[in-house]
Ligand binder design. Structure first.
Ligand SMILES: C[S@@+](CC[C@H](N)C(=O)[O-])C[C@H]1O[C@@H](n2cnc3c(N)ncnc32)[C@H](O)[C@@H]1O
Length: 351
């Protein structure tokens, strides 16, 4: 795939931004951003980072115990103001004196020599490049994966361990398995290690498919995987012994590529189960990695898997659950959580 086919921050080719540098008081620049002015950093990366830090301080504080919707709205307001600060790009590099290498600028914009990007997007690209170069170690695979820009990669792994437990007990056919919404490919790679003869992986985000394609090239021990950019299982194709899906776990409006991996909208589960009911081999299994987070945070929303089970097309074979380890919050305090991760194993009701 080439840069233009991939998801990337939209390049800005023309603007009337006010130039800012180290001579502009960061607080003044931040106030102007908040009040709607577009500005472009002209000297140092540090200047842009300081202005954005000041902007954070200027934004109204989040009320104590704010609910999910309020936190989302708060983030959106801050982000809109931050997006008005631009950074110049020239010859695939950030055109600032203290800029570090961001290889994605060349990979995502191969034919573009001069443009600008919102400074926050440059920060994201830099963070993503570091993660891509260093890789993310996944114990369930026993090696690192290198998530491409804009690709979801797991930050905790208890659900993957639970899936590994399920997979180690699987006794069904191993002719074909598909990992729907593969992200950086961890489940597809696990299916390969579990010796399925043919492994398929899909994602509607081309960056995810690029990520797994690169991963497969990097590894000499990986099982071949057939890749496709499509909605869920795509149209047609052979019957599957195993359809695995780690879907987004909460309903919501996604505003970034990462959020698109975490939040689902109307119709996603309905389309998935419709496709799965046509593609599953008679004795096959649909296995979904899920969590009770939606029941805890969005208690009024119908449960998407239970709703499908109530329709009667599939039956529940088993559901595994495991506690999520408490993690420190932003203040460093470890909070207990009622969250559980789950593996739902479904079969066709008449299978
Ligand atoms: C929670 S992430 C899981 C990624 C990976 N399978 C894992 O377990 O780490 C959900 C993935 O589903 C993909 N996805 C969301 N909606 C999709 C759709 N309609 N069709 C295909 N993939 C989709 C997202 O791009 C994302 O990579």
């Amino acid at each position: 795939m080439t840069g233009g086919d991939l998801n990337r921050p939209e390049p800005i080719r023309r603007h009337h931004a006010r130039p800012v540098d180290g001579n502009t008081p960061p607080r003044l620049a931040a106030k102007r951003l908040r009040d709607g002015e577009v500005q472009i950093v002209t000297d140092l990366y540090k200047t842009g980072a300081e202005i954005l830090a000041q902007l954070q301080e200027l934004l109204p504080a989040l009320p104590q115990g704010a609910d999910y919707a309020t936190r989302q709205e708060h983030r959106r307001t801050g982000r809109e103001a931050a997006m008005r600060l631009l950074a110049p790009i020239r010859d695939h590099c950030l055109d600032l004196q203290d800029a570090r290498t961001i290889g994605f600028l060349e990979l995502l914009y191969p034919g573009l020599r001069r443009f600008s990007l919102p400074f926050v997007r440059v920060q994201e690209l830099y963070g993503a490049w570091t993660r891509y170069e260093e890789g993310v170690h996944l114990a369930v695979l026993g090696h690192r994966v290198h998530p491409f820009y804009g690709t979801y990669a797991p930050t905790r792994t208890v659900h993957l361990e639970l899936f590994a437990t399920w997979l180690s007990q699987y006794e069904g056919a191993r002719t074909r398995a598909v990992d729907v919404g593969t992200g950086c490919g961890v489940l597809a790679l696990m299916l390969g290690k579990a010796r399925f003869e043919q492994v398929y992986a899909t994602d509607d985000n081309p960056n995810a498919i690029e990520s797994l394609a690169q991963e497969l090239k990097r590894r000499t021990d990986a099982w071949p995987v057939s890749l496709s950019v499509c909605d869920l299982l795509g149209e047609g194709g052979p019957p599957m012994d195993l359809i695995v899906f780690n879907p987004p776990w909460m309903r919501g409006q996604a505003e970034s590529l990462v959020e698109r991996a975490l939040l689902f909208q109307d119709g996603l589960f309905e389309r998935f189960f419709e496709q799965a009911s046509r593609r599953l081999a008679p004795e096959g299994r649909v296995v979904m990695l899920f969590s009770n987070i939606m029941e805890l945070v969005q208690p009024d929303e119908p449960h998407p898997i239970q709703t499908e089970l109530d329709r009667g097309r599939f039956r529940l074979v088993q559901r595994l659950r495991r506690k999520v380890k408490p993690a420190p919050d932003e203040t460093g305090r470890v909070r207990r959580t009622r969250e559980r991760v789950e593996v739902w194993e479904l079969a066709l009701a008449k299978g």
